[in-house]
Design a protein around this ligand. Structure first.
Ligand code: SF4
Length: 526
């Protein structure tokens, strides 16, 4: 039996067939979409007269931050609603309507907005025209080099493909400051009140969350911290809405947290969470609910405040300006900064940094977040420089490396977890690449990089549990060492803590001698 061999086809014929097949499949899957072209100056699609009937949707940070930012915007006269924390469903929407090859936070955040609008259309029965007319979304933007610079485009493109073509996505540049103040007719007025309102909401959200992370692992009655946290969110929210005193509201929050009974005599491993900004900040499926999981396993979480990111944004500009001053010989301008006023600019940046820190510390002290140190970003950059050039930007830049070194040198924690989203080049390069060199130099450090893909929860939780075992042993050994130094046994230590008013307080932080709270209490009270 002879088999006829088909004639060889030319390259052009093969490519034509492939193109035909791709077109057929795209048609069948409903992917026949025109190339996306980004509109310019889209903030003007939201005018001042639209404010009264447009609800601005806010999301992307933690529940406390989103709630308070929303309240601050309401206080400025906007109608605002906050979206729930992105979940698996949001990820599916993001993957369905987003471009291929995005990083995981893009899918979660973009999908969360699409999911909400689909809910409005298909569950609440609002027509698409009404959604376009009555809703808008506001988000922060940036210039590259990572995908964060493309988020706004991704939102608009995904919304078009989900049937919401023309939905207003309003943008404020995170480094634009007041320069992006808009004309009198533009609806989203990015002026002094807007920027200060958002910054104050972020700082208040930070101190609220950070205090709760300190107290929750030691609460005697389950859920007491969350109940206080929820009441404080409402308290601060109403204060932002009516333009009251934030300091007074924080003081009232302090009184609520003071009622949470704590037992801080149990040694617990302290676990710092680092990594990509959104992935380490979110409280939901975007990082497999890492913070809550760690607490359920008996750890104290050391989370990063959003204030660190704000400080980094200021630091970046200061660092670049300082470097430009060194271009004196290659640039005809004064110190290489003709027309830029480098000195004035540096002074303003120093002032902005100092004001931000002072504001944060004021809020922190009032609410009871004592002895909380904000990072010295020059020192972090110096630490990182050996392994990661601070000129390399994208994601967290050099900060993850610098912070890990800082944690090791200052004995800040027992373990560090770095959350790197799937598809994130800056974070993967650091967590898997550079940090391998850091941990090789410091084998005593317990460092665990985890990748968040959205579907690896069991795997990630089990890896965390394995490492946590070592961290727990480290915390116990440190505690025993402290008891020996203080010449106390566990029973005597416990009695001493419970007899002491400061020892029983949820707020008091003993001087930092080592990572664990119980060990530091033993040193202080011994
Ligand atoms: S840092 Fe990574 S995860 Fe974050 S926006 Fe950039 S590419 Fe995406």
């Amino acid at each position: 039996m002879s088999t006829a061999i088909p004639p060889l086809r030319t390259r052009a014929e093969l490519e034509a067939e492939l193109a035909r097949y791709a077109a057929e499949q795209a048609q069948a899957l409903g992917l026949h979409r025109a190339q996306w072209v980004e509109p310019i100056r889209s903030n003007e699609s939201f005018q001042r007269q639209d404010r009264a009937h447009t609800t601005i949707l806010v999301s992307g940070l933690t529940l406390a931050h989103d709630t308070l930012v929303g309240a601050a915007l309401r206080g400025l006269g906007y109608r605002v609603a906050t979206l729930p924390c992105p979940d698996q469903n949001a990820l599916q929407f993001g993957k369905e309507f987003g471009n291929r090859g995005q990083c995981n936070p893009t899918y979660f955040t973009v999908g969360n907005l699409v999911k909400h609008l689909v809910h409005l259309r298909e569950v609440q029965g609002l027509s698409t025209a009404r959604i376009l007319e009555e809703y808008a979304f506001v988000t922060a933007g940036a210039c590259g080099p990572c995908r964060f610079g493309m988020y706004v485009t991704e939102y608009r493109k995904a919304l078009r493909d989900a049937g919401f073509d023309g939905f207003r996505v309003l943008l404020f540049q995170q480094q634009g400051g007041l320069k992006q103040a808009t004309g009198a007719e533009v609806g989203l007025a990015i002026d002094r009140r807007f920027v200060f309102g958002i910054v104050r909401a972020i700082l208040a959200g930070d101190v609220l969350n950070l205090l709760a992370y300190r107290i929750r692992p030691y609460e005697v009655e389950d859920g007491a911290t969350d109940a206080a946290l929820s009441a404080c969110r409402a308290e601060l929210s109403s204060c932002f809405e009516r333009g009251g005193s934030i300091v007074a509201a924080l003081w009232r929050c302090r009184r609520r947290f003071a009622r949470v009974a704590v037992d801080r005599t149990r040694p617990k491993p302290v676990v710092s969470i680092l990594g990509e900004f959104w992935a380490m900040t979110t409280e939901g499926e975007g990082n497999y609910e890492l913070q809550r999981f760690l607490e359920s396993q008996g750890a104290e979480v050391d989370a990063q405040g959003i204030v660190n990111w704000l400080l980094y944004l200021i630091w970046e500009v200061r660092f670049d300006t300082q470097q430009r001053r060194g271009l004196a010989r290659s640039d005809p301008g004064f110190q290489g900064s003709l027309g830029k006023g480098a000195w004035t600019r540096l002074l303003k940046l120093r002032a902005a940094d100092a004001a931000l820190r002072a504001h944060f510390q004021l809020y922190a002290r009032v609410i009871g977040l004592h002895r909380y140190r904000l990072p010295d970003l020059d020192a972090i950059a110096d630490l990182a420089r050996v392994h990661y050039d601070p000129n390399v930007r994208g994601g967290e830049g050099h900060m993850e490396v610098g912070k890990l070194l800082h944690f090791i040198e200052e004995r800040v924690n027992h373990m560090t977890i770095s959350v790197k989203p799937f598809g994130c080049m800056p974070s993967s390069g650091v967590s898997d690449g550079v940090q391998a060199a850091v941990t090789a130099e410091h084998p005593e450090a317990i460092f665990l990089p985890i990748e968040t893909t959205g579907d690896g929860k069991v795997n990630v939780h089990s890896r965390v549990q394995m490492m946590l075992f070592r961290a727990r042993e480290k915390a116990q050994a440190e505690f025993e060492q402290a008891l020996t130094a203080a010449q106390l046994d566990e029973q005597a230590f416990r009695e001493r803590v419970l007899r002491s008013r400061r020892g029983r307080s949820a707020f008091w932080r003993p001087a930092h001698r080592c990572a664990g709270l119980a060990a530091n209490l033993a040193y202080a009270l011994g």
